[in-house]
Design a protein around this ligand. Structure first.
Ligand SMILES: Cc1cc2nc3c(=O)[nH]c(=O)nc-3n(C[C@H](O)[C@H](O)[C@H](O)COP(=O)(O)OP(=O)(O)OC[C@H]3O[C@@H](n4cnc5c(N)ncnc54)[C@H](O)[C@@H]3O)c2cc1C
Length: 436
């Protein structure tokens, strides 16, 4: 270290003042551990302020009533090791999250489908509450400290952390324990640029190649422009090389680039992974998910029989979004015959309609980038972490929490829930280790 460098030592240093880092800091401090946080931004929780359309969807209560809440919650998470999140979710689930924020002074409220938000419906309140919590506990927060290197030694101090300040100076901190809470690759203007992966790699960890998740899908379809702006209720299946790999229901949005809406966002991680593997990926939309294929055929036949004197376009009125009808006619190659009557429909044309109402296929060409994504699928390989403590198996004293590792949650508050749960579990594990 040269003379210009500052050195600061803490028992625990947390890299990242995001959701998991803040949770870990408060928990560790409450256990009596000398804790400080480093972040490259000029304020804490920049990412949190962007969440939930500015309202912060903190968690989701919909699985909280299940007998085994943690097992139910586990189904909302994905990654290379499917059971990995379970021990953490058992320690700190939805009830504990709601109680934690209540105790911090932030009551939550439930909106649609179990989505929980701060009662103020303002993401800024979450930051304000954490700022107050840090202040109450006198937890030092070193801002504008971009961590550029971490080294580990067998001697005291164990970790040496080199940061770059906003004026390009180098500042060095040391600690006995280190938490890597640096997030994934989404919202890069909020400081999450993947530099945490590089730090972990330097310490010997492996990266499961990250892909964007909870993101819009780009599709190849000739009539996308005509569909743009339409929202329909339906079911979407994602197919990889012709096999259905996941299905979701809800409001599907058509856009000029492709598809969006909650079910598509939910399916996007599967699409991204299969695309990265070079698989052929398709989204198949079911416009009438409440009926089987046979029931749809029966329903259409009945409709066309009862109203045989009506034009084909009119026969869809009332059960299909009006703006979809011209596209259906194009698909069936009868858009140039606007006066064609139901009684004159050929079997071939009817077959096109049966198929499109139940299995309307869109070839997926890509996803939008990390810039538009809400989560990162992939990250530090969880096989290198102990599942119930989140301590590194390679570097004793190094813990990870949040999105930096290969765990991602569904749309609806589950990613922040993972940040809260894992931040808590890592801090508790360290507490047990220190005070055992
Ligand atoms: C637009 C958007 C909306 C979202 N909405 C929701 C939602 O409503 N509900 C939900 O559950 N999830 C939502 N998410 C996902 C959620 O925000 C993340 O999963 C969660 O914030 C991850 O927490 P984390 O602690 O792992 O990382 P982050 O909260 O991303 O924090 C990481 C922190 O580490 C810092 N950092 C990174 N590298 C370094 C370094 N080298 N040196 C110093 N500091 C560093 C960053 O500056 C950042 O402050 C949303 C994401 C986005 C992008």
């Amino acid at each position: 270290m040269n003379e210009d460098q500052t050195s600061m030592h803490h028992k625990l240093l947390i890299i990242g003042a995001g959701a998991s880092g803040l949770m870990a800091a408060v928990t560790a401090r409450d256990l009596g551990i000398d804790t400080a946080i480093l972040d490259g931004n000029d304020r804490i929780g920049k990412k949190i302020s962007m969440t939930g359309d500015g309202r912060c969807n903190i968690t989701n209560e919909s699985t909280a009533t299940e007998t085994d809440e943690a097992a139910a919650l586990l189904r909302k998470y994905h990654g290379g090791q499917s059971d990995f999140p379970l021990p953490v979710l058992r320690q700190f689930g939805i009830r504990q999250t709601i109680d934690f924020f209540h105790v911090l002074g932030l009551p939550l409220t439930r909106l649609k489908e179990g989505f929980m938000y701060p009662m103020s419906l303002q993401a800024a309140s979450v930051l304000d509450i954490f700022e107050l919590a840090l202040e109450d506990r006198s937890i030092p927060v070193y801002l504008n400290r971009k961590v550029v290197d971490v080294t580990v030694s067998k001697e005291h101090p164990r970790f040496t952390i080199t940061c770059r300040t906003e004026t390009e100076e180098q500042v060095v901190y040391t600690s006995e324990y280190l938490f890597l809470c640096t997030g994934g690759l989404t919202g890069q203007n909020a400081g999450t640029d993947g530099s945490g992966y590089e730090l972990a790699r330097r310490l010997g960890h492996t990266l499961v190649e990250p892909v964007p998740a909870i993101v819009q899908l780009k599709v190849q379809y000739p009539h996308l422009k005509a569909l743009s702006g339409i929202k329909i209720q339906g079911q979407a299946h994602i197919l990889a090389n012709g096999e259905v790999v996941r299905s979701e229901s809800g409001e599907i949005h058509f856009a000029e680039y492709g598809l969006s809406g909650p079910p598509i966002l939910q399916l996007s991680r599967k699409a991204a992974f299969h695309l990265a593997r070079g698989d052929s990926v398709t989204v198949s939309v079911d416009l009438m998910p409440g009926r089987t294929e046979e029931e749809v055929v029966e329903f259409l036949e009945m409709n066309w029989g009862t109203f045989e004197h009506r034009k084909v376009a009119e026969s869809f009125t009332g059960f299909i979004h009006k703006k979809l009808i011209p596209v259906l006619l194009k698909e069936a190659d009868i858009d140039q015959q606007p006066d064609l009557l139901c009684q004159d429909l050929s079997w071939r044309t009817k077959g096109v309609f049966y198929k499109i109402l139940k299995r309307w296929d869109f070839k997926v060409t890509g996803t939008h980038s990390f810039e538009n994504a809400q989560a990162t699928a992939g990250g530090i390989d969880t096989r290198e972490l102990v599942a119930d403590t989140l301590e590194s198996k390679l570097v004793p004293g190094l813990y990870m929490a949040g999105e930096v590792m290969d765990v991602d949650g569904d749309f609806g508050g589950y990613n922040l829930q993972w940040a809260w749960s894992s931040g808590y579990a890592a801090a508790m594990a360290l507490g047990k280790h220190i005070f055992k």
